[in-house]
Design a protein around this ligand. Structure first.
Ligand SMILES: NC(=O)c1ccc[n+]([C@@H]2O[C@H](COP(=O)([O-])OP(=O)(O)OC[C@H]3O[C@@H](n4cnc5c(N)ncnc54)[C@H](O)[C@@H]3O)[C@@H](O)[C@H]2O)c1
Length: 447
């Protein structure tokens, strides 16, 4: 569904009117077009501590214009250098309160020199891994700083904090290829922890080549976009949906050269059937199928409650367990569960839905350490307001509120969620496990 307000706010008349009335003026976000190769098209500014050298080592693969602050010819001078498309600041060395001023000193001069849809990343060390309480406190301070600065960015700018574990420095390239590029256009104010991971990406133009991927609920909406994106990145995709969606499913499969599985994931024999359909095993499992049956708890029928919990939570649990037990899910597999920010913040009229989505986040957290020995990662992706048939059914006023109440002032697109799932599906993304990645434009809900 299109967002007519963004069209209006970006027209010449609308732009003037919106500014005059002091209304929100969301910009059109830059997204990753098919066939693009460079993660950053424009200037990348690097600064800060020792991890900067690690980033410098592969920076020429991100962009051909890398800068550091300074007065020499090759360095970047505020007001004189080009507008910045991407910024990385390594704050992992900050150990005392008085060192935190480096954040202000680094970021303040560049804020008025950011290009549209700029991507900023701060690197740190996870506070819980540090024995010095003052250092842990300084590193935790990065969280408040980065979430706040993300809210101050304009013109589609986004910012994340990456806590880099000891030994996880090699995972920076994969993470920065995602977080500095338009693939993460609708993610902002997030904190992600990277750990060591033994499986590298071989070919960045087709990072999922040779990987078999199953997407549930793939006939439309976010699921269809996930299937397209995984196929774009080289995966051999298998699309699953209910019998009622067979025509749409087969049309998409024909376009992608994919296989289909027509199955209700809540059927009594769904696990057995699924294992039979996957004799060659699976490397990427995406539990995307989901439903809403909204009512306040006072009016919630048992049927509404049961249906949502069965599709959204019980089926992913039962099916993943069966795929693990049968050996269908390969070592080093990537599992992604589609949660929701409702599962983090709660939402009026969604006790059933929010319980199911919070349950998925809990499932990822609980399973991650158990699956680590096999190299399997499991994460939740929590979308905010995404423009799909699901959100098109929301009453107008609530829909408008859902769209505007975020730092980016607009809803996301299915592609935004799909890019996050595709990134978590990469071999190198074993560096991330047991986490919930919000794709919500830094929604104010539960922020
Ligand atoms: N759209 C949003 O704003 C939003 C926000 C947060 C989370 N999500 C989550 O993202 C996922 C996809 O959302 P969407 O907006 O694309 O939804 P959608 O309703 O457009 O698509 C869901 C798909 O799941 C399939 N499905 C439902 N029940 C099934 C079953 N029992 N067996 C097999 N397939 C089944 C449907 O047929 C449909 O094709 C869902 O899990 C949803 O909860 C969406």
């Amino acid at each position: 569904m299109s967002d007519r307000y963004i069209d209006f706010a970006n027209s010449s008349l609308g732009h003037r009117l919106v500014a005059a009335l002091g209304l929100p003026s969301p910009v059109r976000l830059e997204r990753w077009p098919a066939g693009r190769l460079r993660p950053v098209e424009g200037a990348l500014l690097l600064g800060g501590g020792a991890l900067t050298a690690k980033v410098q080592a592969f920076a020429q693969k991100l962009t051909d214009a890398t800068y550091t602050y300074g007065a020499e010819a090759s360095t970047w001078i505020p007001g004189h250098g080009p507008k910045l498309k991407a910024v990385v600041f390594d704050a992992s060395d900050l150990q005392h309160t008085d060192q935190l001023k480096q954040l202000r000193e680094f970021f303040q001069p560049l804020l008025k020199n950011l290009d549209n849809s700029a991507h900023l990343v701060i690197l740190g060390r996870a506070p819980e891994t540090l024995s010095d309480p003052f250092a842990a406190s300084a590193q935790r301070a990065l969280e408040g700083f980065s979430r706040s600065l993300a809210k101050e960015l304009r013109n589609g700018g986004v910012l994340q904090l990456l806590y880099v574990g000891e030994g996880a420095e090699d995972q920076l390239e994969g993470a920065l290829r995602f977080f500095l590029s338009p693939k993460s256009a609708y993610i902002s104010g997030q904190v992600i922890r990277l750990e060591a991971c033994a499986t590298p990406v071989e070919d960045w133009t087709r990072p999922l080549a040779g990987r078999k991927a199953l997407v549930t609920g793939a006939a439309r909406g976010i699921g269809a976009s996930i299937a397209e994106t995984l196929a774009r990145d080289g995966a051999d995709v298998i699309l699953l949906d209910v019998p009622q969606a067979k025509a749409d499913l087969e049309a998409l499969a024909a376009r992608l050269g994919a296989r289909t599985v027509v199955l209700d994931i809540c059927a009594e024999d769904a696990a057995t059937q699924l294992v039979e359909h996957l004799p060659d095993g699976l490397d990427i499992l995406v539990h995307n199928a989901g439903i809403t049956r909204d009512k306040t708890l006072a009016n919630m029928t048992p049927e509404y409650w049961d249906a949502v919990l069965a599709v959204n939570l019980n089926a992913p649990q039962v099916l993943t367990q069966a795929l693990l037990d049968s050996g269908t899910l390969h070592d080093n597999a990537r599992v992604v569960l589609l949660a929701s920010i409702s599962g983090i913040a709660g939402n009026r009229g969604q006790t059933n839905y929010a319980a199911s989505k919070a349950g998925l986040i809990g499932l990822a957290q609980a399973w991650a350490p158990l699956l680590k020995a096999r190299g399997i990662s499991i994460n939740a992706v929590a979308p905010g307001f995404i423009e799909t048939q699901m959100t098109a059914h929301i009453p107008f006023a609530l829909r408008e509120a859902g769209r505007r109440m975020s730092s980016l002032g607009q809803g996301g697109l299915p592609q935004d969620v799909a890019e996050a799932v595709a990134w978590l599906g990469q071999p190198g993304s074993g560096a991330v496990s047991g986490q919930a990645l919000r794709v919500c434009g830094q929604s104010l809900l539960g922020a």
